[in-house]
Design a protein around this ligand. Structure first.
Ligand code: CA
Ligand code: CA
Length: 90
């Protein structure tokens, strides 16, 4: 008969540390603003304020009234303004 031996194993401690890092990613998407040639005051729509501004440009021959960018301020610009007029919710 074989002798019975008892062996005490060293105590082991297993420690597992798990760390999870969540990285928040913030993205900003910029959409180009729609350019409306007749939106002379730059508020995103074509209303009476734009008409009044165009009226001043038209009478003075001010190139800021050249809405179709052909080098002059004439009725073609006025027709473009009329076509793009949306009233700005007025
Ligand atoms: Ca406007
Ligand atoms: Ca023009």
């Amino acid at each position: 008969m074989l002798p019975i031996t008892t062996t005490t194993l060293p105590a082991t401690t297993t420690s597992t540390t798990t760390s999870t890092t969540i990285k928040l990613v913030t993205t900003t998407t910029t959409f180009p603003m729609k350019i409306i040639p007749s939106d002379l005051d730059g508020n995103g729509c074509v209303g009476m304020d734009d008409v009044y501004m165009f009226e001043g440009y038209f009478g003075a021959g001010n190139i800021n009234g050249d809405l179709d960018k052909d080098g002059d301020v004439d009725y073609d610009d006025f027709f473009l303004l009329s076509y793009q007029y949306d009233g700005c919710g007025e």
